[in-house]
Ligand binder design. Structure first.
Ligand SMILES: Nc1nc2c(ncn2[C@@H]2O[C@H](COP(=O)(O)OP(=O)(O)OP(=O)(O)O)[C@@H](O)[C@H]2O)c(=O)[nH]1
Ligand SMILES: [Zn+2]
Length: 310
């Protein structure tokens, strides 16, 4: 029987079969996936084949090829990775202008890593109900900036259900990873999008699930209008990605576009003569905050923060 892995609690996986049943499943035998040494060979978002036992539980016997997957290193020194989610269509980065403020550095790092993983991102500005005039003006500026670069933006209040319809539209029929700092309102948004969520999570949480609510595991929720949202508690960004100094610009779309005009094709856009990027920053064609994030990531590269994941 074919199904979708919607939840992982240690050695057990909850599989939603194509005919809508939830089956607690375990891995049979040793799965070795090409190219990755992973602590969890099967991840939320995987399509699998299962064989149901007499007790009603099942063995996962096969994993279908993945369209993509998002990983982070299991620990700093480990070569093993943890797969956060598989087969992701897009990510929603939930941000707030205040209560708490999400920094542009954090946003730009997230966007850069999403570029590396080739996952399209939309920015969702939440808590608009508690913004003052300055906050709103700042948010509009940010929305303009990121929309221009090519990231769709939404404004909403998860608490007051404002701006939720537009979100629903772009979530429909897709598998969306939900990310953002702690406290920006991810859980609140999930509950607004899926009003019977509490009931549903209770329903699918099987007997084997005891003590595993430490929210370190990703979980997939099906949306009333079709599509899925993946909640990744405790994971603020995409995992690791390695890159050379000259490649950093690839992950900043507008910087990359303009870098075609730099004098040197290995330009790092820091000090080189004839740098079109630095000129564009001076002429306000590239935002200073984006350029600052770019420099910031270049510096951090030496400390290999991005190899460690976060
Ligand atoms: N004013 C206002 N408060 C909100 C809104 N959305 C969430 N909050 C509040 O912000 C706080 C944090 O919300 P959560 O939904 O728990 O945030 P989270 O992103 O899930 O946080 P973690 O679970 O720590 O990752 C709660 O007190 C919510 O009531 C909103 O749209 N407006
Ligand atoms: Zn340059």
């Amino acid at each position: 029987m074919r199904g979708l892995v919607i939840r992982n609690t240690g050695s057990w996986y909850v599989v939603r079969t194509d005919d809508g049943q939830f089956v607690d499943s375990k891995i049979k035998g040793n799965f070795r996936l090409k190219g990755i040494r992973s602590t969890n060979p099967v991840a939320v978002g995987d399509f699998v084949q299962i064989t149901v036992n007499a007790e009603g539980t099942a063995f996962i016997t096969e994993i279908e090829d993945r369209k993509n997957y998002i990983i982070r290193k299991a620990s700093n020194l480990s070569k093993q990775s943890h797969i956060i989610a598989a087969n992701v269509d897009q990510a929603f980065l939930i941000v707030t202008v205040s209560h708490p403020e999400t920094s542009t550095t954090f946003i730009d790092r997230f966007l850069a890593s999403a570029e590396a993983y080739r996952v399209p991102v939309s920015l969702v500005f939440n808590k608009t109900d508690c913004y003052d005039a300055d906050d709103l003006r700042y948010m509009e500026g940010m929305m303009h900036l990121y929309t221009t670069i090519g990231y769709p933006c939404h404004a909403c209040s998860a608490l007051q259900s404002l701006g939720i319809d537009a979100l629903r539209d772009s979530l429909k029929g897709r598998t969306t990873l939900l990310s953002g700092h702690s406290g920006v309102g991810k859980s609140t948004l999930l509950n607004t999008l899926i009003p019977d969520l509490n009931v549903r999570t209770a329903e699918i949480s099987a007997a084997h699930d005891t003590g595993m609510h430490t929210t370190t595991f990703s979980e997939m929720f099906s949306l009333p209008g079709g599509g899925y949202v993946i909640d990744t508690p405790g994971i603020k960004g995409f995992g690791t990605f390695d890159f050379e100094k000259e490649e950093m610009a690839h992950y900043f779309r507008e910087i990359f576009r303009i870098s075609a005009d730099c004098k040197y094709n290995n330009c790092t856009h820091t000090h080189e003569p004839g740098c079109a990027v630095r000129r564009a920053v001076e002429e306000h064609l590239i935002s200073e905050s984006r350029y600052a994030s770019y420099l910031n990531m270049l510096e951090d590269r030496h400390e290999s923060k991005y190899r460690q994941g976060y």
